[in-house]
Design a protein around this ligand. Structure first.
Ligand code: ATP
Length: 241
């Protein structure tokens, strides 16, 4: 059913040597929703995403994607299953053109017509990328690089996108623009999104369901509508009161 979780983490623990970065994280993302993990700097948000996409192998726990185990699988295999990761800091290929960066996102696909169509689709979402298509990606502004990183992930035609702190280093105006397009992508394409953010205000407004991560543990979860009304969230994450 459409209520079945597309992504399911059960008691996932990941560490860097002796440092436990996430300590028994369980969470679910339902098909078609935008879910968010809120947490301050160092809470373990990036580690969760890296563990899902196979960049870090967890010490404990299991991860299922579309009902199949993907725990500690090869990152390239996980991308092929339909899960794309937009890393923190974007990590575009600076010496490749914008268009070639997009093609890199589609490298596992054989349907050349579909790839050509999807390039047009992402240019529709981010028209500035069409204007800059032939330019080296390293010459783009930070916001444009974020747009390119999201677009590159879309080029794999994923069911689920992991989005690591899209607001990082961007002005409030650009952050708002990027969030609006992320919501459009979710609504128009039905792409499920798991977003991690320090910017709780943006994340709670854009998302359906939220988890709060502190010190590597989920301490709260609820619909974003309800999270926004909680006193702790208002005080510690939204800076109200
Ligand atoms: P940020 O927003 O700063 O990325 P975060 O919530 O994403 O924060 P993580 O990057 O997942 O947090 O880091 C979680 C913990 O793991 C932190 O204590 C951090 O110092 C530690 N950590 C992260 N990467 C490494 C690493 N490569 N080696 C050692 N410790 C690390």
């Amino acid at each position: 059913t459409s209520d079945a979780p597309v992504l399911k983490l059960l008691n996932v623990e990941s560490a860097y040597g002796p440092i436990k970065a996430i300590r028994g994280v369980s969470l679910q993302v339902r098909r078609g929703e935008i879910a968010t993990v809120l947490g301050s700097n160092g809470a373990g948000k990036t580690t969760i995403l890296k563990t899902i996409s196979g960049i870090i192998d967890p010490r404990k726990g299991s991860i299922e994607f579309k009902g199949e185990p993907i725990t500690a699988q090869d990152p390239a295999f996980i991308v092929q299953q339909g899960l794309s990761h937009v890393p923190e800091g974007r990590e575009v290929f600076p010496l490749l053109s914008v268009r070639d960066n997009l093609l890199m996102g589609a490298y596992t696909r054989k349907d050349r017509d579909g790839v050509a169509r999807d390039i047009e689709v992402v240019f529709g979402y981010f028209p500035i990328l069409r204007e800059r298509a032939a330019q080296d990606a390293g010459l783009l502004s930070g916001g444009q690089q974020q747009m390119l990183a999201i677009s590159r992930a879309l080029m794999a035609n994923p069911d689920l996108i992991l989005l690591d702190e899209p607001s990082l280093g961007l002005s409030p105006k650009l952050t708002k623009e990027i969030f609006e397009i992320v919501v459009r992508i979710n609504r128009e394409r039905g792409t499920t999104i798991l977003l991690v953010e320090q910017n709780a205000n943006m994340a709670l407004n854009a998302s359906d369901y939220g988890y709060v991560l502190e010190n590597g543990r989920i301490v709260m979860e609820d619909t974003c509508a309800r999270l926004r009304e909680k006193d702790d969230i208002k005080e510690f994450y939204l800076g109200m009161k």
